[in-house]
Write a protein that binds this ligand. Structure first.
Ligand SMILES: Nc1nc2c(ncn2[C@@H]2O[C@H](COP(=O)(O)OP(=O)(O)OP(=O)(O)O)[C@@H](O)[C@H]2O)c(=O)[nH]1
Ligand SMILES: [Mg+2]
Length: 297
């Protein structure tokens, strides 16, 4: 278990918003959905309670899955989803295969959102806009991220994190999917962000993450492509949110081909990091930190 706390500390009282705690009192260790010491339930604070399933937590979990031609992978991905989800949101990028039909057949309860722009970033933004839960979890539809790990993310949020990053490189995590060149690129990019923002990210470019819905204004996702995770990670760092990392195992994509190009998308990530240092949106977000509820001192 790895805990990547931001350097500016954490005061539980500062997490209160509208009289309700944004997240509960943090604990140093985050178990894999076992005894959560305390958690936020609706508008009340329910203290210590053992947590075994998502239903036990009392929090509503919205899962957002972007899809682009994943008809053959969806059966595998859906089979691993834990019970008692509040919402399953599929954001489709106008797949040319039967992705939407398969999703509807397998999960008639899923909400299908057709993205209006292009790219994974645009898809996630559309999915976030449709979320009505307390917690948002993002994962991929190619079978590489295991939905059975969701409770681990939720437990970490219930134990005090604002944002929980899955990490293939935290102790206990691994990947059978990532290539050597991408691993190196990811390490360099993670180190760059850590150097600029004082974070301790071990896996900047991983798509398996979870956060309290109330964190969305701090992210303000407005990019198109695979740089979306970087954009989010940089903005939550700037906002001073409490970030925990949990180990995650990334499997090989089951069917189909990757949509990612190491050179093209690595360049987009690098440009995003550079732009975030200087952009108007970035300055606006820094300023809005004064107006938005303060999550940390
Ligand atoms: N809606 C939508 N989803 C997309 C788009 N591009 C990729 N995705 C989905 O985003 C997820 C991640 O895309 P992948 O192509 O697997 O890329 P990756 O996981 O970063 O890279 P690999 O490790 O090579 O698989 C998958 O569920 C894709 O179907 C897009 O433009 N629109
Ligand atoms: Mg993939």
């Amino acid at each position: 278990m790895s805990t990547a706390r931001l350097s500016n500390g954490h005061d539980p009282d500062a997490l209160r918003r509208d009289g309700a705690p944004l997240v509960p009192t943090p604990s140093a260790d985050v178990p894999a959905l076992v005894a959560a010491p305390a958690f936020h339930h609706g508008n009340g604070f329910h203290g210590h309670r053992a947590v075994r399933t998502l239903a036990d937590t009392g929090v509503r979990v919205s899962v957002v899955i972007p899809t682009l031609n994943e008809e053959h992978n969806l059966p595998h991905v859906f089979a691993r989803l834990p019970p008692a989800l509040h919402q399953l949101i599929i954001v489709d990028g106008h797949s040319t295969d039967r992705t939407v039909a398969v999703a509807q057949r397998l999960r008639p309860d899923a909400r299908i959102v057709m993205q209006t722009g292009r790219g994974k970033g645009n898809a996630l933004a559309a999915g976030f806009a449709a979320c009505t839960g307390d917690i948002v979890v993002t994962l991929d539809a190619d079978g590489s991220t295991d939905a059975a790990e969701i409770p681990r993310f939720v437990a970490a949020l219930c134990n005090g994190a604002d944002f929980v990053k899955g990490s293939r490189f935290a102790q206990g995590g691994a990947s059978s999917d990532i290539t050597r060149i991408r691993k190196l690129g990811n390490r360099v990019l993670s180190a760059t962000v850590n150097g600029l923002y004082g974070t301790s990210y071990t896996d900047l470019c991983y798509g398996y993450n979870a956060f309290w819905t109330r964190c969305l204004p701090y992210m303000h996702v407005d990019c198109d492509g695979f740089e979306v995770e970087t954009l989010i990670n940089v903005r939550i760092a700037k906002a001073g949110l409490v970030v925990h990392e949990v180990p995650s195992y990334e499997h090989n994509r089951i069917h189909g081909a990757s949509n990612l190009s190491a050179v093209r998308d690595g360049g987009r990530v690098l440009r995003t990091i550079a732009r975030e240092r200087v952009s108007a949106v970035s300055r606006q977000l820094w300023r809005s930190r004064l107006r938005l509820p303060r999550l940390v001192p």
